[in-house]
Design a protein around this ligand. Structure first.
Ligand code: CA
Length: 309
């Protein structure tokens, strides 16, 4: 009898130890590679510090094949989109995969849309996080300010380009061209509308509703956050983003309005996250009582997996 009890105990213990390991190993195991695309002033990593902070690791740990790409920190979408397309083609050639799952943060979402528009055959899904599909009131304000001082527009643009160059050099991509004024024009309401005319998407809602969740074989998703008070007192960027949010007269994440971020199936548009919290910045300092942004990326990978993507 003792032998049987001991045997049963061993089986139960093994189940306790083995089951979580097996389950944890496949939660984010998508069929196609996941490609993370950074936004304005973004990078893949600087000396090992990721733009998508701790996110690639969390996705890879449970089975996803993840690539973080590098496009120009500051430029328009014809340039950034073509850079992304070239990297997607390299990823497909390296892995032998037929398609990729693109996830873009902020302006990175416009880059993913560019690729889905010009090479839909290479894209399984597009997910945008805090992307200004219809522009940003902050870009409108900066553009208006630069217009009132025409003599400083070009020198200021060159100075900001220098910052973009610094990011490109620091992240090991010194040849990425920078054009901050082109980026600024794209991110205004007018510039975004022109981009949407050149690269229309069925996932783009006309109003503040949902876009097509699936069209032409591509699945579309988005989520975004809203900040009204600083999400984390230890993170100075949280206070700065509440300040920039004052440019808007509607709920926003500090740089992008709730409605501008709507795209495809809107998973949620009111997480207590500012624009940087959405990618777990700075250094993981996010709202303590909100779902962790890393969990959102994990959940999305799981959603893609269950959609067969
Ligand atoms: Ca933060």
């Amino acid at each position: 009898m003792k032998k049987y009890i001991f045997g049963a105990l061993v089986v139960v213990l093994m189940a306790c130890v083995v089951t979580p390991v097996m389950a944890a190993g496949s939660y984010t195991a998508t069929r196609y590679p996941i490609v993370l695309v950074h936004g304005l002033f973004g990078f893949d990593d600087i000396a090992g510090y990721d733009y998508f902070f701790l996110i690639p690791q969390a996705l890879e740990r449970d089975g996803a094949d993840v690539y973080t790409v590098s496009v120009s920190a500051l430029n328009d979408e014809e340039v950034r989109g073509e850079q992304l397309l070239a990297q997607v083609q390299t990823i497909l050639a390296t892995t032998g995969a037929a398609k990729v799952n693109l996830i873009g943060h902020s302006q990175g979402g416009l880059s993913t849309r560019y690729v889905a528009s010009v090479r839909p055959d290479l894209v399984a899904s597009v997910t945008t996080v805090g992307t200004p599909h219809k522009g940003s009131a902050v870009a409108d304000a900066l553009d208006g300010l630069a217009d009132t001082l025409p003599p400083v527009r070009q020198p200021l643009g060159s100075a900001v380009d220098g910052l973009g160059k610094l990011i490109s050099v620091a992240s090991g991509h010194p040849d990425n061209p920078q054009n901050s004024l082109a980026a600024l024009s794209l991110l205004t309401s007018e510039g975004a509308a022109a981009f949407n005319t050149r690269y229309p998407s069925p996932a783009l809602p006309a109003d503040c509703g949902q876009g097509a969740a699936q069209a032409g074989g591509i699945h579309y998703y988005s989520w975004t956050g809203v900040t009204r008070v600083p999400t984390n007192v230890l993170d100075p960027s949280a206070t700065a983003l509440v300040a920039t949010g004052q440019f808007f007269d509607t709920p926003n994440d500090g740089l992008v309005s709730q409605c501008s971020a709507h795209f495809g199936r809107v998973i949620r548009d009111d997480y207590r996250m500012d624009h940087l919290d959405e990618v777990n910045q700075v250094g993981g300092l996010v709202a303590p009582l909100e779902i962790n942004p890393v969990s959102l990326f994990r959940q999305q990978a799981n959603r893609l997996k269950h959609a067969g993507l």
